[in-house]
Write a protein that binds this ligand. Sequence first.
Ligand code: UN1
Length: 513
Amino acid sequence: AKEFGIGEALSALGIKEINNGTSTGSENFASGDLIESFSPVDGAMISKVKSTTQADFDKVIAKASEAFKSWRKKPAPQRGEIVRQFGDKLRELKEPLGKLVSYEMGKSYQEGLGEVQEMIDICDFAVGLSRQLHGLTMHSERPGHRMYEQYHSLGVVGIISAFNFPVAVWAWNTALAWVCGDVCIWKPSEKTPLCGIACQNIAASVFKANDLPEGISCLINGDYKVGEMMTHDKRVPLVSATGSIRMGKIVAQAVAARLGKSLLELGGNNAIIVTPDADIKMTIIGAVFGAVGTAGQRCTSTRRLIIHESIYDQVKDALVSAYDQLSIGNPLDESNHVGPLIDKDAVNLYSKALKKVVQEGGKLIVDGGVLEGKGYESGCYVKPAIAEANNDYEIVQHETFAPVLYLLKYSGDVENAIEIQNCVVQGLSSAIMTNNLREAEKFLSVAGSDCGIANVNIGTSGAEIGGAFGGEKETGGGRESGSDAWKVYMRRQTNTINYTTELPLAQGIKFDI
Ligand code: UN1
C-alpha cells in the first residue's frame, strides 16, 4: 500500500483511523458497531467506520427533511452551480479518490480513475440539466384555458449502492437528485464504506462553503438492516437500489408495501452474440475486457458468448491465447490486467461456479483457480476461467460475480442466437458483433434483444453516462444516469388554468345550477 501512496490518498480524502459513518454534512455522528474495511488488494485492514443505529437514522431523516424545505426553493440552475463546484472538487481529487476505489474495491487504478471520471461527467450532465427540467405544454379542449405540466422536487431520495461501483453509482443518482431539488441519504456497501466517507467529505465541503444547510447530502452505514430503515420509511419517497436480484426483490416489496417509488438496477447475465460476419479481432478485445475487466464484477460484465458454429473454434482459440497473456495481481500496478475479487466469500462463489458448470456437463477450456503465494496473500485473487456450456445449465442462468465466461454455440440464423441470449431472467446489457446490417438490425428490432442496453460492435460493459442505464425483467426496470432518467427523481404535476369568466366542464358535460 505504501509504495502506491495509499496513505497520502487517505489523508487527502479525510479518512481517519475511525470514521463516523453517519453524516448530515459537517455534522458527523454514529453510535453503532464498527465496520472494518479490508483491502482485497493486500488483505490489510484500512480503517474502521462506525455504523448507523435507528436513533442516528432518525436524526438524519429529520435533518434531510428540514434541508429539503429550503433546497427545493433554490432555483434549479443555482442548484446546478453547487453540483458544478462538486464536479470541480472531484477533478481536484480524482487521483486520490481513484486510488481509494482501486485499493478498497480491488479494480485497476485505471478503472478507479474511470469511475471518478464518470462522476465528473454526470456532474457536467446535471449542471446542463439544471436548466432543462422541462415539462410539456398541451392544448386545452376548453376555450380560454391553458394546460401544461411541471416537474417538482420529490423529497428525500434513498440511495443503496453496491461495492463494485462504490462511488460512480452514487454520483449518477445524487447529482441528478440534487439538481432536481431533492436531498439524498446514501447507504454505500458495507464492503466499501471508506469510499462513502470520502465522497461525503467532498460533498460536505462544497455545501459548507456555500453556507447550505445540513442534510442535503447524508451518509449512513451498515448492513441490510440499515437499508431497511430507508425502505420502510414513508419519509423516503424514492429508493434507488443497485445490487443483487435477491436484494432488489426485498427492497421493491418493502417500498411497494407503502406505495413508495423504487428505482432498481439489479443483476445482469450479459451476452455477446458473435456471428459469422463478426470482426474477430474486435470481438476478442470486447469479450476479454467484458469478462475479466473489474475481475468480472460489473453488472454489465460479459457472462456469455453466443458464437456461430462456423467460427466457434476460431473464436475459442483466439480467446484461449488472449487469456494466456493476462497478468493477474495488484490492481494499483498498472502492468496487471486483473485484480482481486472483493472478498473470500466472492472467491468461494467463483470456485463453486466452476465446480457446478463441470457437474452440469460443461468443459473448462481455461481452468481458473485461486491464486496463492507472493502478491496473493489476501486470498482474493483468482484466474479468469472459460467454460463451454449450455444456456440451460442452472449455473449459466445465474449471475456469478467473478471472471467466468461461458461459451455457447448456435447454428443457423441470428434469430437462434437472439433466442438463446434472451432466454435468461435478467435483461441488462447485450451486444452483437457483426458487419452484417440485417443481423444488426434484427438484433435491435422489437423481436431482438430484450435488454435495457443493446450494442453493436462494442462489448456489454462500459456504458457512457449520457444514455439511460438499466435493464428489463429481473434487472428491475429502473433507469439511472442520462437521457430522461431525471424524471423519476421528480414529481409530475398537470396544471389547467382558466382565464375566462365562464366555467366550462371538460368532455362537454352540462351541469346547470
Ligand atoms: C454497475 O456495474 O453497477 O457500464 C454499473 C458499465 C459502467 C457501469 C456499471 N459504466 O460498465
